[in-house]
Design a protein around this ligand. Structure first.
Ligand code: HEM
Ligand code: HEM
Length: 199
């Protein structure tokens, strides 16, 4: 192959295999690690020795608030950039399924930490147990919720807690679809989408 043909082949390859930007890739994997780690922390809290529970839940809250900030940055990236289009040969139901799953994942990246923060702000002992982000500096509760009348606050504490748990179930289902989809394209269709998202 002469250099001209080689250059053309490279260009065609670049066009055929577009990738996410470095910012999108960094945010994707950082948020994915933090969310998965946070689920593991929350689910292991019950089986840990008593004096571990508080620090573990506090770390869970701090990681969750970090995810909220990173997810907002990621949504700003997303509205200001066009992601690389999916390969043309994918059937349209798969493209629609991928887009719906991505949209719901963005929603969960915000709704999970927000419901956790609301749940924690309605906690009856919130005032006597101020929240600190990674034990480094104070982090506020949602004042409106914290100052509600105690009986209502107790009801809301349960409701937001249940919402937080159910959003967790939705996350497991969506992640199974998301990861399953990525692996199907990788191993069954042999048309990688992972390459677009690996650092
Ligand atoms: C909590 C964990 C995760 C969340 C919240 C998440 C969320 C997302 C979102 C919202 C997108 C769409 C980006 C866009 O176009 O706007 C995306 C893309 C992608 N994710 Fe994840 N993800 C997670 C974990 C994973 C894991 C573990 C894998 C590995 C199998 C993975 C593989 C991918 C790939 C390959 C893409 C690019 C899809 C494409 O080419 O269009 N994700 N992810
Ligand atoms: C990435 C974001 C987050 C994820 C994925 C997440 C996920 C979870 C999951 C799966 C549970 C276990 C639910 C259950 O077994 O019933 C849980 C519990 C909990 N989360 Fe989160 N969470 C996030 C953010 C937050 C935030 C920001 C806060 C508070 C500021 C918070 C506060 C709590 C509390 C207090 C519990 C214990 C609930 C209880 O047993 O009363 N979470 N979280």
């Amino acid at each position: 192959m002469n250099t001209h043909t080689q250059r053309l082949a490279n260009q065609t390859h670049a066009l055929a295999a577009p990738r996410y930007t470095r910012t999108a890739i960094a945010l994707h994997w950082l948020i994915a690690l933090l969310i998965i780690g946070n689920v593991v922390l929350a689910l292991s809290a019950d089986s840990l020795p008593d004096d571990w529970v508080r620090p573990v839940i506090n770390t869970h809250k701090s990681i969750g608030i970090t995810v909220l900030g990173l997810a907002l940055m990621r949504i700003l990236w997303r509205v200001s950039h066009k992601p690389p289009p999916l390969p043309r040969e994918f059937p349209s139901w798969e493209k629609v399924a991928a887009h719906v799953a991505h949209f719901v994942l963005y929603f969960l990246m915000i709704a999970l930490p927000l419901s956790g923060w609301l749940h924690d702000s309605a906690w009856k002992d919130a005032a006597t147990h101020p929240m600190r982000l990674f034990d480094l500096f104070p982090w506020p509760r949602i004042g409106y919720v914290m100052n509600l009348e105690p009986a209502l606050k107790e009801t809301l504490h349960d409701r937001f807690g249940a919402l937080h748990t159910w959003l967790g179930y939705a996350l497991y289902a969506l992640l199974a679809m998301h990861i399953g989809g990525a692996l199907k394209h990788e191993w069954i269709d042999r048309k990688s989408v992972l390459k677009r998202m690996v650092p």
